[in-house]
Design a protein around this ligand. Structure first.
Ligand SMILES: *Cc1c(COP(=O)(O)O)cnc(C)c1O
Ligand code: SF4
Length: 359
């Protein structure tokens, strides 16, 4: 177990640059000197980055913001169920930068750099500042693969974080996709709007502007991440007629209470973000401290049914370990009774028999 900085004293860091090393974290008062040796060991395996805007939200190192980004000695301890490639992406990559699991859509990963490094990331073995960017030749091969696979209608840009590209490079990729008639939809999965909102400036928003169906999916795990600056960044995207969806990971100590989850969903709707997915944590190495059991996740969501607007309702999903795909694992409101009639559970928990339908 690790000691933490006295958690009863709220503190804020006013770092002006991204915190990357154990020394940076010590300077910012986010870790103690006693923790340093173990954290140096973590640093040999996993990247750290906490941009100033995100660091400013940390009140105590173990709060819902700090937990997500401050490295912890527990990351060196891997459990038997954990896997460096928890959702089996590696086997589904026909060329570098492409992951193809579903018939109509493919992932395009132009780089492995992120604005911050989430301690629970399912790609943690791959992402990092050293992970780099697809070079021009590799990017051209990935785009060629998309060009020749005319059954692909949607490109999901992910990474790493695609908004870590320069606006010029982003525009070039979108322009290439615009030349492919079979690509109807482009989706960008990103943490930049909350991690480093200033980066999503007008130049980047202009780069995203396209006549194709463009969607931005923002990764947000706590209501406090949606600062006025983050909302302004999202607004710049929405101003280009690009809908913004939200995706969150269900995380112990971050959003695993009814109140925290409700606040997260409401904060998204208040920023005109439609919650899309609530992800079950993927079993990446050293992430056990974030695990919330599925049955608990279902109870959490059920506790919000009827209490929170339907607009705020995400699909709770698991990516089946081994590469078998994502499926919904929402609380189940329907079951068949011993008499063969279907029963449904109302938001208040009462069970009602459906008169006509037999199971
Ligand atoms: C998650 C994922 C997608 C996108 O899935 P949606 O359910 O459409 O959001 C596409 N390809 C791969 C390999 C994925 O893991
Ligand atoms: S931003 Fe996404 S890819 Fe990057 S560390 Fe966080 S979860 Fe992983």
């Amino acid at each position: 177990m690790t000691s933490t900085v006295n958690p009863s004293t709220p503190r804020r860091t006013d770092a002006r640059r991204t915190l990357r090393s154990v020394a940076d974290l010590l300077d910012a008062g986010l870790v103690t000197p006693e923790q340093a040796p173990e954290l140096e060991q973590v640093a040999r395996q996993y990247a750290t980055a906490i941009p100033p805007a995100f660091a400013a939200l940390i009140e105590t190192p173990d709060d819902p913001i700090g937990r997500q980004v401050i490295p912890d000695a527990a990351e060196c301890h891997t459990e038997a169920v954990e896997d460096p490639d928890p959702i089996g992406d590696d086997a589904l990559s026909p060329v570098p930068g492409i992951v193809h699991r579903y018939a109509d859509r493919a992932l395009l990963k132009p780089l492995l750099v992120c604005p911050l490094y989430c301690r629970f990331c399912f790609r943690r073995e791959h992402v990092g500042p050293g992970g780099g960017v697809l070079d021009d030749a590799a990017l051209a091969r990935a785009l060629d693969w998309l060009r020749t696979h005319t059954d692909i209608h949607e490109v999901v840009m992910t990474g790493g974080d695609p908004l870590m590209l320069s606006p010029r490079r982003m525009r070039a990729i979108i322009a290439a996709l615009e030349t492919m008639d079979h690509i109807h939809t482009i989706r960008i999965h990103t943490r930049v709007p909350v991690a480093d909102p200033a980066r999503l400036d007008d130049a980047m928003a202009d780069a995203l502007d396209t006549t194709r169906s463009m969607w931005v999916v923002a990764h947000i795990n706590h209501a406090r991440e949606l600062t006025p600056q983050a909302r302004a960044a999202i607004r710049r995207v929405q101003a280009r007629a690009i809908p913004v969806l939200g995706q969150s990971v269900l995380l112990r100590g971050v959003n695993d209470t009814p109140d925290a989850l409700e606040a997260l969903l409401r904060a998204q709707v208040s920023a005109r973000i439609r919650p899309y997915y609530l992800h079950q944590l993927d079993p990446a190495p050293g992430t056990a401290r974030f695990h919330v059991p599925i049955r608990e996740g279902q109870r959490l969501l059920a506790s919000l049914r009827g209490r929170v607007t339907g607009i705020a309702w995400p699909t709770y999903v698991i990516d089946i370990p081994g590469g078998y795909g994502k499926v919904p694992i929402a609380p189940d409101y329907l079951h068949t009774g011993a008499d063969g009639y279907l029963r449904v559970t109302a938001p208040d928990g009462a069970i009602h028999r459906l008169a006509r339908e037999r199971g």
